[in-house]
Design a protein around this ligand. Structure first.
Ligand SMILES: *[C@@H]1O[C@H](CO)[C@@H](O)[C@H](O)[C@H]1NC(C)=O
Ligand SMILES: *[C@@H]1O[C@H](CO)[C@@H](O)[C@H](O)[C@H]1NC(C)=O
Ligand SMILES: *[C@@H]1O[C@H](CO)[C@@H](O)[C@H](O)[C@H]1NC(C)=O
Ligand SMILES: *[C@@H]1O[C@H](CO)[C@@H](O)[C@H](O)[C@H]1NC(C)=O
Ligand SMILES: [Zn+2]
Length: 594
């Protein structure tokens, strides 16, 4: 029972406390008021003696505890981190705050008919919390968030492993590669998106994904540093002369990757040929979607097209483990549940719970890998920030709300709002009649979301205003489940930290700054990140590359415009505006301003 709910002074008559003095003491504890004077002098004397003895004992205990704690700290510093061969798996649940887990846990229990004691796997490995602010805002974006992990430095929103004064900062992955570790990145978004980009590239603005693609395959001062990349974002690697490209120039980054030694794969059959990692030849670049890999809620119905996060994670673990079998160094692998964040941006609770479950599955696989593998290893998992200002509650009417949240409407949805919107826009491009449009939208509600009682308003809004379709579909589920959202962007909430081994990850137990997560990664691997920073600065000093309109700019690309750096809302605009594929209107806009 919380203190505030204590029936403070009630039931006194029936209380076991019988004497007046004890009652007065209790009042003092509960109300903070002084007790009334005791009348007995001898009682006062004994009380003072008692207090004195108590003070002496308490002081002694504090001193002993302090000494023991110091001893513990010393021994931890010297012995807890392994000294031999080791593997580090760093997992990022982009945009997943604590409420995403409440939502997903309840959803899972509802769907499985399991008891309320059932937890997710990840729930059982909670060790701490991370504070997420960036150098430019209390609300970070994924770029500054990942820079805190990769460089252990705070930087501005939009920074891809560059400092606020636009110097490159060496990353844990780059330093691991230099030290002889094998390295990998596994994501469900574009491999050029902010989180993976921060481990193996350096640009002043996260929107420079074309440049990021070049750097990630080795066209930058350090050469090739990533041995394995699996994810989406093919369009940034293809020249603008091809149909699937979203590059603004005609550079062929796949060809560049091959020149640098990469085996390039891009299809489900290519992926299956890797035999869950047994047949991987490193280095490998696997790009399985033109942009992002579809949400899990959609992907699972299209398993013959896209690999899941878990499949990619298992493949990477097995390949990197095999490749380091005979090495005295292990590997560093970053695995990101990238689109938990997107479901938050889209305010789509049904898409989100399936993204979190997919992450939980990969999380369980990593735990199992660590258990099986004879090499020492650890997994640390955290989020860069919360997205959506998600609440497992929503007040729908003026009257005082009932305390209810319903997982049912999430369980009935079989499509994301994003996918329904893509299908809707494709349908609209065939110039259908207004009646046909109404029927299409009704059908989307009923068979896509399991909503049979869509109101006239809900349907009309989407018919009359196709740009708001995605928000309309998400909102229908959110209202019926009474899920609340406070933003289409990020929030400043603290996020959780998890680990397979809380003893070794003791430095992350409790509440920490996100840069301390970055500190732990480099400390665990025992790598020299500062010398990488030095190398980047020295080799990059005169390195110019092509900017816009035939100008030359430094190798980290153009600077953000004045003021832009402080704009905490850039994330949504940036990733929404990313899809520059010619001639294709994509259904990304949330329509939330309309
Ligand atoms: C493709 O890229 C080249 C430069 O590499 C540019 O001159 C051309 O305008 C681009 N074409 C399109 C259609 O964007
Ligand atoms: C761990 O070992 C078990 C038993 O050999 C095997 O079934 C499982 O696939 C392994 N899992 C991983 C992630 O290596
Ligand atoms: C989910 O679908 C089932 C079967 O169509 C239906 O009986 C139930 O009412 C639906 N639940 C919600 C919350 O819409
Ligand atoms: C590049 O040139 C075009 C056409 O001259 C101009 O509209 C655009 O503003 C220029 N872009 C930059 C960033 O200078
Ligand atoms: Zn993010």
């Amino acid at each position: 029972m919380a203190v505030g709910e204590r029936p403070l002074l009630s039931n006194r008559a029936s209380s076991e406390i019988s004497n007046d003095r004890d009652l007065a003491e209790e009042d003092a504890l509960l109300t903070g008021q002084r007790t009334s004077k005791s009348t007995a002098r001898s009682w006062k004397l004994w009380r003072e003696i008692g207090l004195f003895v108590w003070a002496v004992i308490a002081t002694a205990v504090v001193i002993v505890l302090a000494v023991l704690y110091q001893k513990h700290q010393d021994s931890r510093d010297h012995t807890a981190l392994p000294s031999g061969k080791r593997n580090l798996i760093f997992m990022v649940s982009d945009g997943m705050g604590p409420t995403s887990l409440s939502l997903t846990r309840s959803f899972n229990q509802f769907r499985n008919g399991s008891p309320w004691s059932e937890q997710l796997v990840i729930d059982q490995h909670l060790i701490g919390q991370s504070r997420t602010r960036s150098s430019s805002s209390l609300i970070t974006d994924s770029a500054a968030g990942a820079t805190a992990f990769s460089c252990a430095r705070k930087s501005y929103n939009g920074a891809i492993s560059v400092t606020p004064d636009h110097e490159p900062c060496g990353t844990v992955l780059e330093a691991a590669k230099r030290a002889g570790y094998m390295t990998g990145l596994v994501v469900t978004t574009r491999i050029t998106d902010a989180t993976p980009a921060c481990f193996a590239s350096h640009v002043n603005m996260r929107s420079e994904e074309d440049r990021i693609a070049e750097q990630m395959v080795g066209d930058y001062p350090l050469g090739r540093v990533v041995d394995l990349m699996l994810g989406g974002g093919r369009c940034h690697f293809l020249p603008n002369t091809t149909e699937d490209s979203c590059r603004s120039d005609n550079k062929d980054i796949v060809a560049m990757a091959k020149e640098n030694g990469y085996n390039y794969i891009s299809s489900r059959s290519d992926f299956d040929a890797l035999k869950s990692g047994a047949a991987v030849n490193l280095p490998i670049l696997g790009l399985f979607a033109q942009t992002d890999i579809p949400y899990e809620i959609d992907r699972r119905n299209e398993e013959d097209i896209y690999p899941s996060l878990d499949e990619m994670a298992l493949t990477a673990l097995s390949a990197l483990s095999k490749a380091t079998e005979k090495s005295d160094k292990g590997f560093f692998l970053m695995i990101e549940g990238s689109r938990i964040d997107h479901a938050g941006h889209h305010n789509d609770p049904a898409a989100q719970v399936h993204e979190v479950l997919a992450y939980d599955k990969a999380f369980a696989s990593v735990l199992q890998f660590l258990e099986n593998d004879s090499t020492e290893g650890i997994m640390v998992s955290t989020s860069d920030h919360e997205t959506g200002g998600l609440a497992a509650a929503r007040q729908l009417h003026d009257s005082y709300p009932e305390y209810l949240w319903y997982p049912g409407p999430l369980a009935n949805a079989s499509h994301s709002a994003e996918r329904l919107t893509q299908e809707y826009q494709k349908f609209l491009s065939t110039s259908p009649s207004e009646d046909a449009i109404v029927v299409h939208v009704q059908e989307a509600f009923s068979s896509g979301l399991g909503i049979k009682d869509a109101s006239e308003d809900e349907i009309n809004n989407i018919v009359k205003n196709p740009n708001s379709a995605q928000y309309g579909f998400s909102d229908a589920i959110s209202r019926r489940s009474q899920t609340g959202w406070s933003t289409h962007g990020h929030s400043a909430a603290d996020v959780n930290i998890y680990s397979s081994d809380p003893k070794t990850a003791f430095a992350l137990v409790g509440n920490h700054e996100n840069t301390e997560v970055g500190d732990f990664l480099r400390d665990y691997l025992d790598v020299d990140v500062e010398s990488v920073t030095k190398e980047l600065k020295e080799k990059g000093v005169d390195l110019m590359v092509e900017g816009v309109n035939g100008t030359r700019v430094g190798w980290m690309g153009p600077m953000p415009m004045e003021g832009q750096r402080l704009d905490g809302q850039n994330h949504l605009a940036t990733y929404g505006g990313d899809f520059r594929r010619r001639g294709l209107r994509h259904g990304e806009g949330c329509g939330c301003g309309m």
